[in-house]
Design a protein around this ligand. Structure first.
Ligand SMILES: Cc1cc2nc3c(=O)[nH]c(=O)nc-3n(C[C@H](O)[C@H](O)[C@H](O)COP(=O)(O)OP(=O)(O)OC[C@H]3O[C@@H](n4cnc5c(N)ncnc54)[C@H](O)[C@@H]3O)c2cc1C
Length: 444
């Protein structure tokens, strides 16, 4: 009798939906359990770097759908100082160098496109089922059972922990809670209709064209504004980063995303150029989100038995490299690639054994850990002056790091490169031993 490969994905954010896309196939039953009802998103844009945009737009065939929703290619960035002077303007085209563009989306559009690609029957493979308002409390990583707050249990062969920075699957894998670390920064985020900027913020539009596909930054010592368009230039997103202590957080909030106090926000940016802060007076109460920026330390592992972590659950990082969602997408592609041969195409094939699942999860972890951790650490280092210990860890310059981030062509190629490098390391260490042996002989 046909025995489907049963997969439970905990969390329907970018990582969870992306993993559902990467895993969907014949003879697989995928259920995504999402705690929210998906109707509370305060607008913001999100960028995908070339390493991830090529997976989303090409491998998963979402280019047309995202284009219809108004995706934009980021054409460059410009930086202004606190006194309003243009510091530099750099056009950016990454296709030639990295094989894809840096793309800008409205977060809701990217999320909706991933959701459609994971759950609609328009694409090949069994569509994933999405259960909203299903909050998971814990799971049994050996037996593959997932428990929800409402008392439901789900039996599975594979559990994907895509439940973000406060992951409960992570608690079950590690047997302990991992603190999300304060970074000293928070970000107000808001999105404005461009017609409103054009009609009511002339001073701003005289300096920045809000319809142009450019990322604009205004930098002060401890605050910065990062802005850019979305939806074909019809809306404009502003992220305003501030030190934590300047703001009134709602301590009872369980997510670290809450509504921002617009009065406080305007006061915090009072010394910014008049044109730069003028859009802040266009937003009303309830239209500004406040995002406390947290990350986690690298974990000892992401996997145990049938369970594995993806996205922020495994490696939450700061947005300074714009790589959080991109790394989640790389994780998802890796899970799809390593499970590609398992019970996918032959109807009636038995579900994979515990040993098979455990071994594949360990291979995914081995392939992904070093890369995601390096990017996570660099993102933390870029947010604040690094301690000596931290800067000793990462030796790359920003442009070398950009190459490291963006020169990526999927998990299997990366794993092959890792293997080759390990072989080189073995050769080097053998030579090293010989040299040392020789030196000892000399000293004797
Ligand atoms: C200010 C800011 C700007 C950013 N900008 C960028 C950017 O431009 N580019 C980029 O690549 N990244 C960016 N990031 C990072 C990026 O948003 C995250 O890395 C990415 O969203 C992680 O996706 P995720 O699915 O792993 O986690 P999340 O987006 O947190 O999704 C987790 C999902 O799991 C659900 N969930 C949680 N717990 C449970 C549970 N117990 N049971 C069931 N469901 C649960 C949640 O409701 C949620 O839907 C930014 C982050 C910040 C803070």
């Amino acid at each position: 009798m046909a025995s489907a490969f049963r997969i439970i994905i905990v969390g329907g954010g970018i990582a969870g939906l992306a993993t559902a896309i990467a895993l969907r196939s014949l003879n697989r039953k995928i259920i995504v359990l999402e705690q929210s009802s998906f109707n509370r998103e305060i607008g913001a844009t999100i960028s995908l770097q070339p390493n991830a945009s090529k997976i989303v737009e090409r491998t998963w065939d979402l280019s047309r759908l995202l284009h219809e929703k108004g995706s934009m290619m980021d054409e460059g960035f410009q930086v202004y100082s606190l006194d309003g002077e243009l510091q530099f303007r750099i056009p950016l085209s990454t296709t030639e160098k990295y094989g894809a563009e840096r793309m800008l989306y409205h977060r809701v559009d990217l999320h909706d496109a991933l959701k459609e690609r994971a759950t609609s029957d328009k694409w090949p493979g069994e569509p994933a089922q999405l259960h909203v308002s299903s909050r998971v409390t814990h799971c049994d990583c050996e037996d593959g059972v997932v428990y929800t707050e409402s008392g439901q249990t789900f039996q599975s062969d594979l559990i994907i922990g895509a439940d973000g920075i406060k992951s409960v699957v992570r608690d079950s894998i590690l047997g302990t809670k991992v603190p999300a670390l304060r970074t000293g920064h928070s970000a107000y985020r808001m999105i404005l209709p461009v017609y409103k900027l054009l009609t009511e913020c002339k001073a701003f539009c005289d300096v920045v064209d809000p319809t142009a596909s450019y990322t604009t930054m205004i930098m002060a010592h401890n605050r910065r504004m990062i802005m850019g368009p979305a939806r074909n230039g019809s809306v404009y997103s502003i992220v305003a980063m501030v030190p934590d202590e300047g703001i009134n957080e709602d301590a009872s909030n369980t997510s670290w995303t809450t509504h921002g106090d617009i009065k406080k926000m305007r006061e915090t940016f009072a010394d910014f150029p008049e044109w730069a802060r003028s859009p802040l007076s266009l937003v009303a109460d309830g239209e500004v989100g406040l995002w406390q920026l947290r990350d986690i330390d690298p974990l000892p592992t992401w996997t145990k038995g049938r369970a594995i972590l993806v996205g922020d659950a495994g490696h939450a990082m700061l947005p300074t490299q714009g790589q959080g969602a991109s790394q989640a997408i790389e994780d998802a592609e890796a899970v799809g690639a390593f499970y590609a041969d398992i019970a996918s195409t032959i109807a009636g094939k038995k579900a994979p054994s515990f040993e098979q699942i455990k071994t594949i999860n360990e291979k995914i972890f081995a392939c992904r850990y070093q890369r995601a951790t390096t990017i996570q650490q660099y993102s933390r280092q870029a947010a604040k002056p690094a301690t000596e210990e931290e800067s000793a860890k990462i030796k790359m310059s920003p442009s070398e790091f950009m190459d490291y981030n963006c020169n990526y062509n999927g998990a299997l190629e990366w794993a092959r490169e890792q293997e080759k490098n390990q072989e080189k390391d073995v050769e080097v260490s053998v030579i090293g031993r010989e040299v040392k042996a020789g030196a000892q002989e000399v000293s004797v």
